[in-house]
Design a protein around this ligand. Sequence first.
Ligand code: SF4
Ligand code: SF4
Length: 182
Amino acid sequence: MGEKKKKIIKSIKIDVDKCNGCRACEMICSAFHATPKYSSNNPARSRIRLIRDPLRDVYLPVYAGELAKAECMGRDKYVIDGKEYDECGFCRASCPSREVFKEPDSKLPLKCDMCQDDPPQEKPLCVQWCINDALIYEEREEEVEEEVKLEDVEIGLESMIDKYGMQKVMDTVSRMSASKKG
Ligand code: SF4
Ligand code: SF4
């Protein structure tokens, strides 16, 4: 059992009724996380995605959570206030069954970092840019087990190792570092 410690839990409450599908959240998230910062914006690189079906008036913002290595069995439907949603729509995982929350070129998993990237933001940028107040930022204090936090690089490496195997990744890194030195 790990040590208990106090932690600020940051979360975004989503008020689906207020979202009008403007996609400003996707734009600012992808721009903030672009390299260099703000050099481009592309919803496919955003860590918040909009599940949208204008004909049925469905606009569901969902932000990227943990990597799921295997797809799940969940294919249920939910009817809420007369609108039908696929179970997958609510899921925050980057998983093998769909394209969202994967960096389009490398296919590495994307995960929301609450905009704690450099420079850290007082409030997540998607929340700041949502003029309809569909995204509401919340902080609360909780006692949690001390966790080992995986950095983005580690998560990316883990996923590469799963896909290509440890040896292939090691070989590629040593080849790249040799060519950089030379
Ligand atoms: S910025 Fe707000 S209203 Fe626009 S798509 Fe995102 S959540 Fe919806
Ligand atoms: S909190 Fe920041 S990283 Fe997370 S979805 Fe919103 S803009 Fe993207």
